[in-house]
Ligand binder design. Structure first.
Ligand SMILES: [Zn+2]
Ligand SMILES: [Zn+2]
Length: 136
């Protein structure tokens, strides 16, 4: 299978590749995403688990509680702290859009967990918003 896109952390210790189209893309505005990213939300590219491969390095993981999957296993570079991964299940894998080599690939379809969004978090008015998760 040919590589669709690649990415990695800011120091280069962790690299990954994806060999399929994303299943979905979204912005998560929950408090845990705010705290772990230091920003207003996490921009997520969600890809099939089978099409995702770490090609260099070993991320560290920290799990936060998740209403959807029990625990949100969040991956980051142990060297530079860059946030890279989240929402891992047997079916899919979330990747922070900012870690893509070409972040221009990111086209969010929805905003989720807007119930936690900050007043200084300005969202695209053309995108659907969900207080928690969108209906699946
Ligand atoms: Zn790094
Ligand atoms: Zn979140």
């Amino acid at each position: 299978m040919s590589t669709n896109f690649t990415g990695g952390c800011v120091c280069g210790a962790i690299r990954y590749e994806v060999t399929a189209k994303p299943m979905t893309m979204f912005n998560c505005h929950c408090r845990d995403c705010q705290r772990t990213t230091g920003g207003a939300f996490t921009p997520v590219v969600y890809v099939p688990a089978k099409a995702f491969k770490i090609t260099k390095g070993s991320p560290r993981y920290y799990s936060t509680p998740s209403e959807m999957v029990g625990h949100n296993k969040r991956g980051f570079c142990p060297e530079c702290g860059s946030r890279l991964f989240g929402g891992e299940t047997e079916h899919g894998q979330g990747i922070t859009a900012s870690s893509l080599d070409d972040p221009g690939l990111f086209k969010p379809k929805v905003n989720m967990w807007t119930t936690d969004a900050q007043p200084w978090d300005h969202m695209d008015p053309n995108l659907p918003k969900f207080e928690k998760y969108p209906p699946s």
